[in-house]
Design a protein around this ligand. Sequence first.
Ligand code: B12
Length: 221
Amino acid sequence: MATLDLLRTALIELDEEQTLDLTRELLDRGEVTPSSILNTCQQALKVVGERYERQEYYISGLIMAGELFKEVLDLVQPSYEHDPSERSSGTIVLGTVATDIHDIGKNLFGMALKGHGFDVIDLGVDVAAEEFLAEVERSRPDVVCLSGLILSAFESMKKVVALLRANEVALGYHPPIILGGAIIDGRVCDYAGADSWSTDAMEGVRICQDLVARAKKGNAQ
Ligand code: B12
């Protein structure tokens, strides 16, 4: 019988057939939530990353793990869809910062935001600070979300924050900026000068909801 533990092992071992069969079975049985399936896969990818670091897996292992996660995401996605007739929770500009091409976590976070009623403008990967600024000028989002998984992303995040902050007067408001991605923590957040951070998509959604609620309260006063 399928369990989250078996799914974790199948993904760590890069066994495509097992991973997809177990995901389908878990979804069909409905005893675990779609989020717990994705959390399990996120943990498995962390282990794949550690094996890559120890040179037990090559780059092909990272690629395979990434592709497998995307296939799992395709199976899980329908459970996340939002009723388009509901009012928007706010607008988010999202992107993976310059020099970084990791997008699985960004896409997953984007999907979770949409599932909670946010309009998401996804700028893609390897996004320059200037592109973030241009989009913020255009769409005036409630929150700007930066994703990054490699060390060079820290510098890119810092650049985005500095550029947006330097243009606040012209923009006429202070767009909150939050960071996310496997290797982000409080120190990176402080270094970049961002407002908040998370390594968990659902917590990221809650942070966006809080920021939007706070801004609304501020405007009402
Ligand atoms: C898959 C993978 C790849 C794939 C990416 C495929 C793709 N389309 O994304 C490929 C093979 C392309 C790749 C390439 C590289 N990778 Co890579 N990769 C990984 C791996 C195994 C998994 C990443 C992943 O998708 N995780 C699953 C997702 C769901 O997790 P997540 O991204 O953290 O996202 C979650 C949260 O963080 C959050 N979230 C994400 N974004 C945001 C944003 C906001 C605002 C918020 C609030 C939340 C949020 O939501 C998600 C769900 O909860 C990680 C290992 C790891 N620990 O993560 C290494 C890892 C990130 N890679 C690493 C490296 C070194 C590389 C390469 C440099 C390898 C090389 N020699 O070429 C290149 C870099 C290329 C580049 N310029 O970007 C290192 C980085 C180490 C470091 N300190 O810099 C890691 C940590 C592996 C390791 N332990 O060594 N990689």
